[in-house]
Design a protein around this ligand. Structure first.
Ligand code: CO
Length: 153
C-alpha cells in the first residue's frame, strides 16, 4: 500500500551496527542489595529476574526488568572493588548507563578514533555472559557508559 518507504539515509556518524539501539540497563550502586530489592518491590512492584555474583567486578548484581529495559543493582563484595570505591566516594546512586550495541568491536573502534578514553581497551565478559566494555566518564557528561553487545537472536 502506498509509496515504498525511502531507504534510510546513511547515518552521519557511522554504521548502525555500532550505534546504541536501546538502553540495556541503568545501574545503581547500593549498599544492601536485599534491602534495595525489597524497596523496589514495595514501592514500584518490580522484581529481579536474574541475580549473580560477578567476582571479576567484585559485585553481587541483580537485574530488574522494567518495560523493555532493566535496572541493574550493584552491591560491592569488597570495599576495594570499583563499585566499593564509588560508594565510599559518592554514596548510593547512578553508577553507569549501559547502551546495547550490535557490534561492540565497531563501537570501540569508533570511540578510539574519536579519541575517547576507554576503561576497557578490549571487550570483556560481563554478567549474563555478554561482551561488554566501559567508556570513561570523562568522555561524556561525567557518566560511566557501558556498551553491551546484544546480537539479534
Ligand atoms: Co552494567
Amino acid at each position: 500500500m502506498g509509496a515504498p518507504r525511502p531507504s534510510p539515509e546513511p547515518h552521519p556518524v557511522g554504521s548502525r551496527a555500532m550505534l546504541p539501539y536501546n538502553i540495556d540497563h541503568v545501574a545503581l550502586a547500593v549498599h544492601d542489595l536485599d534491602a534495595a530489592l525489597a524497596d523496589l518491590l514495595r514501592l514500584y512492584g518490580v522484581v529481579a529476574d536474574r541475580r549473580e555474583h560477578v567476582p571479576e567486578q567484585g559485585v553481587e548484581e541483580a537485574m530488574v526488568p522494567v518495560g523493555g529495559s532493566h535496572l541493574q543493582l550493584l552491591q560491592p563484595t569488597s570495599p576495594d572493588s570499583p563499585v566499593g570505591r564509588f560508594l565510599a566516594r559518592r554514596g548510593e546512586g547512578l553508577h553507569h548507563v549501559a547502551f546495547a550495541v550490535v557490534d561492540l568491536d565497531a563501537a570501540l573502534d569508533h570511540l578510539r578514533a574519536a579519541g575517547v578514553p576507554l576503561v576497557d581497551e578490549e571487550p570483556r565478559i560481563g554478567g549474563g555472559g555478554s561482551r561488554i566494555a566501559f567508556v570513561h566518564p570523562a568522555a561524556f557528561a561525567g557518566t560511566l557508559v557501558e556498551l553491551v553487545e546484544v546480537r539479534a537472536s
